[in-house]
Design a protein. Sequence first.
Lengths: 281, 246, 203
Amino acid sequence: MSKEYKGKTLSEILRMEQARNFLGKGMREDGRELTQYRPIDIKIGTIEKAFGSATVYLGDTIVVTGVNFEIGTPFTDSPDSAILLVEGEILPTASFEAEAGPPDEYEIEMSRVVDRSLRESGIIDFKKYVIVPGEAVLKIFVDFNILNDDGNIIDAAVIGAVAALATAEMPDLDYIRENLENVNNNNIKEVPRKPFQIEEVPIANTIAMYGDKMFVDPTASEEEVADALITYTHLSTGEICSIQLLKGSLSYEDVFKALDLAYEKSVEIRNILRERGIISG
Amino acid sequence: MSKEEFIRVDGRKPDELRKYSINAGILKNADGSAEIRLGKNWIVVGVYGPKEHFPKFEALQDRAIINCRYHMAPYSTTERKSPKPSRREIELSKVIRTALEQAVILEKFPEMSIDIFIEVLQAEGSTRVASITAASVALAEAGIPLRDMVVGCSAGKVSGKIVVDVGEEEDKEGEADLPIAIMPNLKRVVLLQMDGKLTHEEFKEAFEKALAGALELYEEQKRALKGLIEKMSEIPSEGDGNEQGV
Amino acid sequence: MKKDGEKVSPGDPLALIEEFIGGRNTYIDDSVIRSSVAGVVKVDWKNRIIDVEPIKQPLTIDVGDEILGKIFHISGVFGYVEIELVRKEGKGPWILLRGKYTGVVYPPTRVTDVGSTYHVRDEILARVESTLNRTLHLSIRGLRYGVVRAFCKTCRTELVRGDEPGKLVCPTCRSIETRKVSRLYGNTTIIKTLHKEKVLNTW
């Protein structure tokens, strides 16, 4: 007993004991199965002012996502490609530990994993949204905020981003081309709109390890005690488009066991999005 | 202009507030929380504390310090906003904080601090007063002692007419905007700003309209808190948090 | 005047000071007793006290509470303690604190060398004796209170109870140290006790 608790304070030991009493026995504090997600509620169009938006409730985790479009100048190295900007922030309302001010390294990591999950997935056909090659392209902003953090914010944020993009309306690019003189970022919201087309649906699934127990959708306290956390993002084709080992280490075998579990769960979440009419197919 | 009622851009009458609702206790992690919807405004407030103030030498020996942050989400406005706090957001954080400081019984918590985080998720005019209205519900939900609720409302002059609860369009087109916040039982003003041009008579009329609007919203604050009190009698009071099953 | 059981919110008038005494969660403004919280009115007709039962009580550490914490600094004979758990009024469940709280502990008797009472890194069970000058003054007088976990000066191994009272032994290097030892000393004992007394989880 004492060896494992070396250097730990009593309150840390109490937390570890609690984890052992649940996860160690293959149980969850909230009564879930190890491979069961918390209830997912997705509300579309919660930010009417944005071109697209969604609020995701994953248990007690709340993520608000807004999608906006602007006219931008393309990067010189890719003159005929639209620009995607993904920025995520954990709001200070999210938890006792969350702070106001510039994001810390965990927050930036989370934001970048969500960014990669979207960017690498092919959810957006960047070639489709060029207004004038080399001069003007569509700049796509995906901003998301964690309002309450009860763990697994990456999975929730990717669901939110997909839902907001899939249901977004975009300014009609033909109209912009015809009225290039008059349309700017101040009045882009008044431009006639068309549904925004997504090409792929990435789904991120974070797998947690505690001892030899593997489980999905960790709560904040489960993340704290987890030995390892890894996120895989899958496409509808079954391909992987992003991986991030967020915490700890995994055995060679567990890397692939976790991958299989993540894929299985990605199919489940894809079906939820389909059933609720957020994505088609 | 005869007896005919003046109708505003969004179809409201001069004394009519936009549709509103307040909910308390919406964030699990916060000690107190509330959200307000007023027209398209959607504002969420989380309160943490009272907690020991750090660094300790900056704590006040006779009372608590309130930290208040008013912040707008990038997607909250028609034109995307940078997530970095602007000078406007810093000013509003300050006026909201001083308004709430009038109500919080700060002497109960010397050398401690109370954090109030206001997140404007969607903005449609009069956000500062809506923020105060939600923040005082969040403080009450946290069990932090207050001398009174703080409730805010705005009035303004639009096309020569004095109207209550100025919307975004009206704020842009209008001649004046007057946000106020009050303590309704103690009958005191805790926030008062004006921007535009008003005669003394118009100011008086606008003040009275804003006051009437605030008193209407005060009833909604009480309704939100009543819901929590009813819940309280259902569950036996045993501190907060879940009992460990170990 | 408000009736027993009535729901009130902050600022609501409850009674006049001529009629009643303002009790818990009330304050006086001019001659009016008002509620300072959202909650339910409790009227004590016998003693003419009017209280409000609040929806939530903010967590504070007060006189009579028990605490568990770690000594992070010693200055003179004073030990500075980072408090991690609190037990209101020394009864009911332990509460895991989310924020930082600090207190100051004193040796229960006059000592010249505080090293025989506690050390930096020791974890102690103590009682809040006073909150004078806004400082949590902690006492370890009594059998229940004192050091509950301590680590060897040289090798940092957790010390175990020695044969003599007040003595702790290092199982690795056999060195002997002295402390004001609580009767709940040791990982197993203190954790078993905490569970028996229940731990509320606020994290």
